[in-house]
Design a protein around this ligand. Structure first.
Ligand code: HEC
Length: 109
């Protein structure tokens, strides 16, 4: 049983590494981010393109945004509040932050 579980974990890791490019966009949909964020235009929250542009020069942006994704917050983009997202794990928050920062201007997907 233990061995079987370890195998599953390895398969899971390999699966994540070879996932298609837009896997994290799927994650954003699955984790309900798309209720407030579009990729290419402002919805209730800023678009992923706007966020990527704002933090393009900041090396630690992925870590900072990963924390904010789970805790939520306000005041960076106006007075609207992003609620905490406890359904997102630490690993998922990092993947989402990296994905958001990788969105290019003009990318409409
Ligand atoms: C209920 C609406 C709502 C949901 C759901 C939501 N957000 Fe947000 N998000 C916002 C708002 C509003 C802001 C702007 C907050 C601010 O000005 O500080 C924001 C800001 C952000 C930022 C930029 C933070 C910053 O400090 O610049 C990121 C990254 C982000 N959201 C990612 C996500 C991800 C990933 C999810 C899904 C797990 C998600 N959001 C779900 C409303 C939402």
């Amino acid at each position: 049983m233990r061995i079987a579980l370890q195998c599953l974990a390895v398969v899971g890791l390999l699966g994540a590494a070879s996932a298609p490019v837009h896997a994290d966009q799927d994650l954003a949909v699955k984790k309900n981010c798309s209720a407030c964020h579009f990729v290419d235009k402002r919805k209730y929250g800023p678009s992923f393109q706007q966020i990527a542009a704002k933090y393009a020069d900041q090396k630690d942006a992925a870590d900072k945004l990963a924390v904010k994704i789970r805790k939520g917050g306000t005041g960076v983009w106006g007075q609207d509040v992003m609620p905490p997202q406890p359904q997102v794990t630490v690993a998922e928050s990092k993947a989402l932050a990296k994905y958001i920062l990788s969105v290019k201007p003009g990318e409409a997907k």
